[in-house]
Design a protein around this ligand. Structure first.
Ligand code: 13P
Length: 338
């Protein structure tokens, strides 16, 4: 079991590379496709996945892709199952395994992540597609009375139990506590909430006996609310994010791969880059696991038209390359105009 986990970590923690989140549920995929006036059907979702997962040379920048269950069974235009296509290109396939959100009792505005009761059975079912890692996302919103202590506790326990079950099945768990960007809160408030959430998650992981050296953390950045009046600059985001992680995340964790969470593609790249030029020693590899920040420009360039596939792939590869540079602190804004 540990040999497999060790190999997966080796294949997924590679300098200059990051993870692509392409695990939008059918519902979220429909939203993304609607934004370019494309109807969401099994076939249009396949066509879109085909564009992204077949982008030539993406393996220079991407070492792993998180897939949604439907994509495990779909094939590329060349008739190859998507997980096999990725492995063939030297990219590790993974699978989103949380079962979405459920209402938190007594807290009308909060939802916890469900799916733990059926997890083991589902992992057995996914085995034939040979995913090598998994992802589970928990969400927390910031407002006057959220997140509640109950939500922080419930989600921490869920993430820890999930991580333990994954490792028992030889899958590397990606642990994703996402503090949402929506709201008018200050970066200071985000710092406090994110610290509290991360602390609870790591206490729960340790209590559960999760092997942290075979675990990847996918956090949100410490950032001002999207609707805040005075939003903190990139330097501040980088400084606070690293400080928060250093206070709460064990150095045993090999890799931290951020989500983009509604930042613009440029912001997400610039923030990651800044973390690498702070001059601080980072005890983990620090990279990306972006969904929207890697894919949105590709969606817009494609617009559901076969003649735009190449343009879509180019747009995706550009973001992948710039984020790869950001993991080394080598990105600059001028590169956006190249
Ligand atoms: P975003 O980068 O679009 O936030 O997606 C990452 C993800 O995996 C959300 O679960």
């Amino acid at each position: 079991m540990t040999n497999q986990l060790k190999q997966t970590i080796k294949d997924m923690v590679v300098v200059g590379k990051g993870i692509l989140a392409a695990d939008e549920s059918a519902k979220t995929a429909a939203k993304r496709l609607a934004s370019i006036n494309v109807e969401s059907t099994e076939e249009t979702r396949r066509q879109y996945r085909n564009l992204i997962l077949n982008a030539p040379g993406m393996e220079q920048y991407i070492c792993g892709v998180i897939l949604f269950e439907e994509t495990l069974h779909q094939k590329s235009d060349d008739g190859i199952l998507f997980p096999q296509l990725l492995e063939k290109n030297g990219i590790v396939p993974g699978i989103k395994v949380d079962d979405g959100l459920a209402d938190l009792e007594g807290h009308p505005n909060e939802q916890y992540t469900k799916g733990i009761e059926t997890l083991s059975k589902r992992l057995e079912k996914y085995k034939k597609s040979r995913p090598r890692f998994a992802k589970w996302r928990a969400v927390y919103s910031i407002s006057e009375n959220t997140p509640s202590e109950l939500l922080i506790k419930r989600n921490a326990e869920g993430l820890a139990k999930y991580a333990k079950v994954c490792q028992q099945h030889s899958l590397v768990p990606i642990v994703e506590p996402e503090v949402l960007i929506d709201g008018i809160h200050s970066i200071e408030t985000c710092y406090k909430v994110t610290g509290k959430v991360q602390k609870a998650v790591f206490e729960a992981l340790k209590r559960e006996g999760v092997m942290l050296e075979y675990t990847i953390l996918k956090p949100s950045m410490v950032i001002s609310g999207k609707q805040a009046a005075n939003r903190a600059n990139a330097g501040e985001v980088a400084k606070r994010t690293v400080k928060c992680l250093k206070s709460n995340v064990s150095a045993e964790v090999p890799s931290i791969n951020f989500l983009s969470g509604g930042q613009t593609p440029q912001e997400a790249t610039a923030h990651l880059n800044r973390m690498h030029i702070l001059g601080e020693e980072l005890p983990w590899y620090v990279s990306f696991s972006y969904g929207r920040a890697l894919q949105d420009p590709a969606l817009k360039a494609w617009h559901g038209k076969p003649e735009n596939v190449e343009a879509g792939q180019k747009a995706f590869l550009k973001r992948a390359r710039l984020n790869s540079l950001a993991t080394k602190g080598l990105y600059s804004e001028e590169m956006e105009n190249e």
